[in-house]
Design a protein around this ligand. Structure first.
Ligand code: SF4
Length: 306
């Protein structure tokens, strides 16, 4: 892709917001991203699904800014508050290679869409220097099909969210009433690119798609709709990860009081029972309580090449 990628930042339409920010002239769009890549952390990460984290960890690179901006985001320090450090394309490539040297099972790009041209350039550079890890694209599911097509051949495992299928919820919590339509098309494109799941002899995923759904308080009906849709569309050809660790942050309780509590065990069990009733077999479910704020990692630039 070379330096051509910079043209894509001139009138940016990378994500469904299509806000047209001229990022090369210092403007930032809805996502908060300018011309330079900002990232919060590049480190081995042990809290993904077991077939991604394994025993050595997933090599996660957390990018700053976000095209979606969910009010309940657990990573708000980098998604909304702009924490992180600027890195060049060569530094990003070096960070990828460092994760491989540390033994990561895969390279896990977390919320990278608004930097996609630079990320592809960094992948090209890292591959030319020996990067051979499966590439995981870990995203919110709010992706343009045209932009995803740029990733064909680069991504081995898609790890998107399917947050809602109710436009009112998507509008209220993510400012994106078009999310349900957008995510349906995005998931189709992702599946087209990676297809059926493939695992190695140790049970680590090498290719395929895992769709995550985080239960939110009071949104059980939509969770059922999400599971029904995903299973109807993809059957057991994709894995579903049904997550219960929603944690109400103080900043959320004031404006969205209905989000001011955790998911109850009974709510989670009902949704899991529904998944079983549907016949879903390929699912990751969670045991135990919610994740506390102390699990939020340090996003001050740890592990990024400088
Ligand atoms: S990626 Fe950012 S700048 Fe580009 S269209 Fe989306 S919100 Fe706007």
């Amino acid at each position: 892709m070379g330096e051509d990628y910079r043209q894509l930042l001139e009138h940016c339409t990378l994500c469904p917001r299509r806000c047209g920010a001229d990022r090369l002239r210092g403007e930032t769009g809805y996502c908060g991203a300018g011309a330079a890549v900002r990232a919060g952390r590049a480190a081995l990460h042990f809290w993904e699904e077991p077939c991604l984290s394994g025993d050595r960890g997933s090599g996660a690179v957390f990018f700053s800014g976000c095209t979606l901006g969910c009010v309940f985001c657990q990573n708000y320090q980098i998604s909304a508050d702009g924490q992180g450090v600027e890195v060049t394309v060569p530094q990003l490539a070096e960070s990828f290679l460092s994760l491989q040297q540390q033994g990561a099972h895969n390279l896990n790009l977390v919320t990278a869409t608004h930097y996609l041209p630079q990320v592809i350039a960094a992948l090209d550079l890292a591959k030319s220097r020996g990067l051979a890890l499966p590439v995981v694209y870990n995203c919110g599911g709010y992706e343009r099909r045209e932009t995803l097509r740029m990733l064909a051949g680069y991504v081995d495992i898609y790890l998107p969210d399917c947050k809602y299928l109710d436009a009112q919820l998507a509008a209220r919590y993510s400012g994106a009433p078009d999310y349900p339509q957008v995510v349906r098309e995005a998931l189709d494109e992702m599946f087209l690119q990676v297809g059926e799941p493939v695992f190695d002899d140790c049970g680590m995923m090498r290719r395929g798609m895992i769709v995550r759904h985080l239960l939110l308080p009071g949104c059980e009906a939509d969770s059922r709709a999400v599971l029904r849709y995903l299973y109807g569309r993809f059957g057991d050809s994709v894995y579903l990860s049904i997550m219960n660790q929603y944690t109400p942050l103080p900043r959320v309780r004031v404006r969205w009081p209905e989000l001011g509590r955790c998911i109850t065990a009974a709510e989670y069990e009902r949704v899991i029972d529904y998944a079983l009733e549907l016949g879903i077999e390929n699912a990751f479910v969670q045991e135990g309580g919610t994740v506390s704020e102390s699990f939020i990692p340090d996003f001050s630039g740890q592990g990024l090449a400088r």
